[in-house]
Design a protein around this ligand. Structure first.
Ligand SMILES: N[C@@H](CCC(=O)N[C@@H](CS)C(=O)NCC(=O)O)C(=O)O
Length: 122
């Protein structure tokens, strides 16, 4: 089972690599605004998880630079995800706004949120 999952994961990564979307091009001023917004975000993820690939592709498509944090058992960030986010499920977007931190689960919600935030700024 572990081997099948590993193989499927590699297939997903290869397909993702082959069909990687192009990032949108913005003026440096617009990109700086987006970078300032995403600076306070981080994505808890597994490298070969299809739902994480979906979010990473949306990031690529929208040229969003968001720190990736590996939540694999041997990863550093798993415990934080569990303790602060509430569950070990990826992808999870951590959004920091002042003193307020939101942990957003569900890939579709994350993609919709990122696209909405990005559209507001450009
Ligand atoms: N509906 C969720 C599904 C997310 C999901 O099932 N993630 C799996 C990894 S692919 C997970 O975190 N499983 C918990 C675990 O492996 O510990 C989404 O779209 O984000």
């Amino acid at each position: 089972m572990k081997l099948i999952r590993w193989i499927l994961g590699r297939i997903i990564l290869i397909l993702d690599f082959i069909t990687a979307p192009r990032g949108v091009k913005r003026t440096s001023e617009q990109q700086a605004k987006i970078d300032a917004l995403t600076k306070n975000m981080s994505l808890y993820q597994f490298h070969a998880c299809p739902f994480c690939v979906k979010v990473r592709r949306a990031m690529k498509r929208n040229s969003l630079c968001i720190e990736l944090r590996d939540a694999k058992p041997e990863g550093l960030h798993r415990q934080t995800l569990l303790e602060q986010g509430g569950q070990i499920k990826v992808p999870c977007l951590r959004i920091e706004e002042g003193d307020n931190v939101t942990w957003m689960y569900e890939s579709s919600d994350i993609v919709a949120y990122l696209e909405k935030q990005t559209a507001k700024l450009v």
